[in-house]
Structures are given as structure tokens and as C-alpha cells.
Design a protein around this ligand. Structure first.
Ligand code: 8LH
Length: 460
């Protein structure tokens, strides 16, 4: 296996053969059982390292009665208790600012990022200098898999602040010897400026959240610029479901005429692109198991579910030394499979991407609804105005769901639209829905991750 060592240090001058679709042909196409055997040894090494360098992991595993040396099988590894975000917040509160799961000295920390929510205590992410280099290398390798090449211009249209998505995309593109346009997002008037820069620079690749790409397409239309004129080859997305939601994906492909690639796990798990599609397998996300070990688990027992089944992703770093995450529970939902991938990589795959967070699932009269299903349906409806809200209300002991969607139709001509879309949505979701329409361009557009659910229930 190419450059397989822990702690990891990649050759910073390495670039693959220009004709190779793979950065590391052996690691990417090897027999999965052989790869898994190497990963198992690595899991033990990472655990030995974390046990020796962090009181968090030592106390957690001592409490569970296990030692890194016990991890001689994946069955044993699945008994390692998961790490939750609540534990990380508690650790940072008790051991400020980075928590006692940080395994390096403060002088080794190269970047500090954090959760970007405005409510609740933020969590700080401390990324070591060596880790930053390895992250860049890992993600350059994944960008190579997406078809991005040295010399390509990569336009990064995501918030440059605490959010790791933008910085991760930038550092990866730099390592790949691309030219990077760290445009950012979120400032007043920036989307119209992005449209003009895209039209002028004509980058090969583009990174953002899927919501923001659709916003950009709307603004381009207002500016009378066809997004296809940007000449984009690859658009890669992370941060929220969308790139694997069929109608959202199609809307982006149709607007921009580029290949859409879904990627992304969690900021704590950076290199977060370790789940990513490739140019040759553009649908779903492959799990690059030699970079991060991805398990899809039963959300109650945290044991892996068989391929073909649904569960929650649990992630383990294989190359991080600063804040290694060992069995981090994501609280997301997905389904995984292991089958032949057209690109030749032998990784398992999430064929439908990550559908959403367990907490965001709406329970209506015994049925579960994902907000992304509403999005998926509405984007297929003629005269849909491009944005919607989902309001969840409790009346008595029942939850009620109201979908408020924009339409391009003028008032007075909406009754068929409302009736047909309401009943279509109801049969698509299999739950009762109250449907309302509003004028196009009246609901707020996301500059980052969309928040379409307005939960009016006081408790769940
Ligand atoms: C996703 C996806 C995806 C993330 N499909 N849901 O962008 C990657 C990193 C930087 C990120 O967004 O981290 P953050 O802010 O911690 O959010 C992680 C959550 O975002 C994750 O648990 C998912 O719920 C969601 N997410 N990428 C679907 N490609």
C-alpha cells in the first residue's frame, strides 16, 4: 500500500501519473478484505496513540474495561463506545479550550475552527500542523478522483470563517497544484459578484453547499447570465443533503452543465471528503476506508448493520494526530452497499448519500418524513418558485405538517397548482400535508446550509 504509515507524512511533491484515474492505485483498488486487515492494525495503532496521549480516551476506555491491545477484530472494535458531540462539549468545558481528547501540544496547532451555530456552546476544532498537511494530501487525492487536475481553477464559494468546508476544499486544491479562487460566501451582494467572477474566470471546479449553488443559478438568471457559460467541469458539494437528492442534483446539473459530486462527513472528521463520489462513480458517495474508517451502525447498539441496510454513520480517523476521533457518532442516516464501482475503486458506497440527521426526521402519525423528500418532490413540480418551508405543529397529540412553497404563478391562478401539488406531495410522502403557496422570491435563500424546517412544537 502506498505510503501507509502512522503517524502519516506524505511526500509533498508526489503527483500521480497524469493518465491515472487514481492517486494511489493500490490503496484505491485493492481487495477490500486485504485493506480491512491493514485498517484493523491501524485502528489499534491509533487507539494506542490516543490512549497514551489523551485522558479523555484513557478514562473512557478504562471505564468500558477495554484496552487498545484488545482490538484484534472488527467485532471487538464495534464494542468501543462511541464518542458523542455532547461528550466533546463537556470535555472542552472541563478542559478549555480544546478538551482532553486533544493529543498534541498547543504549539503544534496550526488552525482553529469551530461549530458555526449561533446557539449553544460552540465546539473548537484544533488541527495540528502535520494533520493539516495530511488533510490537504488526503483531499487532494479525492479531488483527483473527482477529475480535478493540477492547473485547474477551483472556485470556493463557501463561508471562510469557522466553517471547515471552505478551508478544507482550499487546502486540498492547493496541494493538488490547482489555482484557487477563495471567493467565500455570505456577505451582502456577494452572490451577484460571484456570478460575474465565475463568468470571467471560467473555473474548472466549484465548491459550495448545494443550496448555495441553486441560489447562485437564480441570481445568474437575474443577471441574465447562463450558468453554463461558466464552463464548469466538476461541482463538488458538502455540508447538507442535496447533491444526492435526485431532483436537486438534476436541477444543478441542468443549470450548470457540470458533473455533480457529493462529499462530506463532519467538520470534526476533517478530512471530511473521505466520503465522496468520483468522476467514474459520480452518484452516491464512496467511503475511502483507508483515510477514515466509516461504519454504518444501528443507532441504538452502534454495531455495524449489514451492507444493504440503513443506519447511522460512525467515523474513525486513521491519520489524524491532533484531535483523533475514534468512533464519533454522527447522528445522521444513510444506507451502505458493497458492490462493483464503475471507477474501479473497491470502497463501499452510500448510494443515496446521507439523507439527513436523525433529529431532523419529522414523525407524522407514525410515519417518518425527511425534509429532503419534500425538496426532492417540489423540484419536479412545474411552476415551483424554488424555495419552501416545512412547518411542524402539534395539535392535540398529533403532529401536523404544513408545506409552504413558492410558485411563479400569479395570485388568482394558483388553485390547480395548490391542489395538485398538495395531493401529489401527500401521496409521494405517504402522510397528510397541508399545502400553501406564496409568491416566488419571498422565502429566505440559504447562503450556507438551508434551514427549511420551522418546528413549532415545544417538545418532541
Ligand atoms: C451532509 C453532507 C452531505 C455534511 N450530505 N449531509 O461539509 C463537510 C463538513 C465540513 C461539514 O459540513 O461539517 P459540519 O458543519 O460539522 O456538519 C456536519 C453535518 O452536515 C453532518 O453531520 C451532516 O448532517 C451534514 N452533511 N455533508 C448530507 N454530503
Amino acid at each position: 500500500m502506498e505510503e501507509w504509515a502512522f503517524p502519516t507524512r506524505y511526500d509533498q511533491d508526489y503527483l500521480p501519473d497524469p493518465d491515472s484515474p487514481y492517486w494511489f492505485p493500490v490503496r484505491e483498488t485493492m481487495d477490500p478484505a486485504e485493506r480491512d486487515a491493514a485498517v484493523l492494525v491501524r485502528l489499534r495503532e491509533v487507539m494506542e496513540y490516543a490512549y497514551a496521549n489523551s485522558t479523555f480516551y484513557k478514562d473512557k476506555w478504562d471505564g468500558a474495561g477495554l484496552k487498545p491491545a484488545d482490538i484484534t477484530s472488527f467485532e471487538a472494535f464495534e464494542q468501543v463506545p462511541v464518542v458523542t458531540k455532547a461528550e466533546m462539549r463537556e470535555s472542552q468545558a472541563n478542559h478549555p479550550p480544546f478538551g482532553d481528547y486533544t493529543c498534541v501540544d498547543r504549539s503544534e496547532i496550526h488552525h482553529i475552527h469551530g461549530t458555526s451555530g449561533t446557539t449553544g456552546a460552540p465546539t473548537a476544532f484544533a488541527l495540528g500542523r502535520r494533520d493539516w498537511e495530511v488533510i490537504a494530501d488526503n483531499q487532494a487525492r479525492i479531488l483527483w478522483g473527482m477529475g480535478v487536475r493540477p492547473g485547474d481553477t477551483v472556485f470556493v464559494a463557501a463561508l471562510f470563517s469557522l466553517y471547515l468546508g471552505s478551508w478544507g476544499a482550499m487546502t486540498a486544491a492547493e496541494r493538488l497544484r490547482c489555482n484557487v479562487l477563495p471567493f467565500g460566501a455570505g456577505a451582502h451582494g456577494m452572490t451577484a459578484r460571484a456570478v460575474n467572477w465565475l463568468a470571467r474566470i471560467k473555473p474548472a471546479a466549484f465548491y459550495a453547499t448545494p443550496s448555495y449553488a441553486l441560489r447562485l443559478a437564480e441570481v445568474a438568471e437575474k443577471e441574465k447570465i447562463d450558468p453554463r457559460e461558466f464552463g464548469l467541469k466538476v461541482m463538488f458539494f458538502s455540508g447538507e443533503p442535496g447533491a444526492s437528492v435526485p431532483s436537486v442534483r438534476k436541477a444543478i446539473e441542468d443549470s450548470f452543465g457540470a458533473t455533480v459530486i457529493d462529499c462530506g462527513t463532519m467538520a470534526e472528521m476533517t478530512p471530511f471528503m473521505s466520503a465522496s463520489a468520483t468522476a467514474g462513480t459520480p452518484d452516491g458517495m464512496l467511503l475511502w476506508q483507508d483515510i477514515v474508517w466509516h461504519e454504518v451502525c444501528d443507532p441504538d447498539t452502534f454495531r455495524t448493520v449489514p451492507y444493504g441496510s440503513e443506519g447511522t454513520p460512525v467515523y474513525t480517523h486513521l491519520e489524524r494526530t491532533s484531535q483523533p476521533m475514534i468512533r464519533l457518532a454522527s447522528n445522521d442516516l444513510t444506507r451502505w452497499v458493497l458492490e462493483d464501482n464503475p471507477c474501479g475503486r473497491t470502497y463501499p458506497k452510500l448510494p443515496d448519500g446521507v439523507y439527513g440527521r436523525i433529529d431532523d426526521m419529522i414523525h407524522i402519525r407514525g410515519e417518518n418524513v425527511y425534509p429532503t423528500e419534500v425538496d426532492n418532490y417540489l423540484r419536479t413540480v412545474e411552476n415551483y418558485g424554488g424555495e419552501h418551508q416545512i412547518i411542524v405543529r402539534r395539535t392535540g397529540s398529533m403532529d401536523e405538517m404544513i408545506v409552504r412553497a413558492e410558485t411563479t404563478l400569479p395570485e388568482g391562478q394558483r388553485s390547480d397548482f395548490e391542489q395538485n401539488t398538495g395531493s401529489g406531495l401527500q401521496s409521494f410522502l405517504g402522510v397528510r400535508v397541508t399545502f400553501e403557496s406564496v409568491d416566488a422570491d419571498t422565502l429566505e435563500r440559504a447562503e450556507h446550509k438551508s434551514r427549511r424546517v420551522v418546528d413549532e412544537r415545544t417538545h418532541r
